[in-house]
Design a protein around this ligand. Structure first.
Ligand SMILES: [Zn+2]
Length: 260
């Protein structure tokens, strides 16, 4: 996996699609227990995809996951297959993208999968992703997105990844705000492009944040923002007429789950 982190490299390749590489020091990272369960392959596929995408963008968490993996390899030392993998991890190149493709079982098969890979390799011709080069872990999920309008300036595209999480791309137009909401469960968000803010902070690309049932928030963006979110329960709207959406939102959450 090639990481491009310097602005110089970025400018040299201005003709290429822009990498979803953080333009600022990443401030918000997955918690250690999350990185550890990623390293141990204990997560639902949707969670693995979002953590993997963050790791592609974040050298700090990449190193942390390597530590957890190396520790686990030591615990299992002796098995030849694991020893080979450990040797690979000690090297420069750890292919997290390939790893995630092996871990996850996406519904696309055969020729369709090959076509999807080709399309994503060429850069998705998508109304909101356009020239952005997504982290590898997200590219397959991002083919042929079907965007639906959630509110003024807010669009979402649900992608089926597993049967336990709801995974979606979310686009907030410049100047737009999502309806205020809380969560029945946890909402993990990875910022891919632009910046958004809520009551608790401001987040740029590469930032990974977790919101749960104790947080009520209303994400808004001044410059526009594309992010990827993984929910283990539906949103719970908390104010005004949008509360009427709660029952239907629970149904939509179930409908958005993959592999059923
Ligand atoms: Zn990180």
């Amino acid at each position: 996996m090639k990481m491009k982190i310097s602005p110089e490299q970025e400018s040299q390749e201005s003709q290429e699609p822009r990498e979803a590489v953080a333009q600022h020091p990443i401030q918000h990272h997955p918690a250690d227990d999350m990185l550890e369960s990623f390293a141990r392959r204990e997560m639902p596929a949707g969670m693995s995809v979002i953590v993997s995408a963050h790791i592609e963008m974040c050298a700090l968490c990449r190193a942390r996951v390597r530590e957890f993996e190396a520790r686990e390899m030591r615990e299992w030392s002796g098995a030849p297959e694991l020893a080979r993998m450990a040797a690979h991890i000690d090297g420069e190149e750890v292919d997290f993208g390939g790893m995630i493709e092996r871990i996850t079982t996406l519904p696309r098969q055969g020729a369709e999968a090959a076509a999807a890979r080709e399309a994503s390799a060429a850069g998705p011709q998508d109304r909101f992703i356009k020239d952005l080069r997504l982290p590898r872990a997200l590219r397959r999920a991002a083919t042929r997105l079907r965007w639906t309008r959630l509110a003024e300036g807010i669009h979402q595209a649900v992608v089926p990844i597993d049967g336990e999480t709801r995974c979606e791309f979310i686009h907030i137009a410049a100047g737009a705000a999502t309806p205020a909401h809380s969560h029945y469960g946890r909402e993990h968000t990875l910022v891919l492009q632009g910046r958004f803010h809520d009551e608790l902070g401001s987040y740029g690309n590469g930032d990974f944040l977790l919101r749960n049932a104790s947080h009520e928030h209303q994400p808004a963006s001044d410059e526009g923002c594309l992010s990827f979110a993984v929910l283990d329960q539906p949103l719970r709207f908390t104010r005004g007429l949008s509360r009427l959406l709660n029952p239907i939102n629970r149904l939509r959450f179930r409908a958005g789950l993959g592999s059923r």
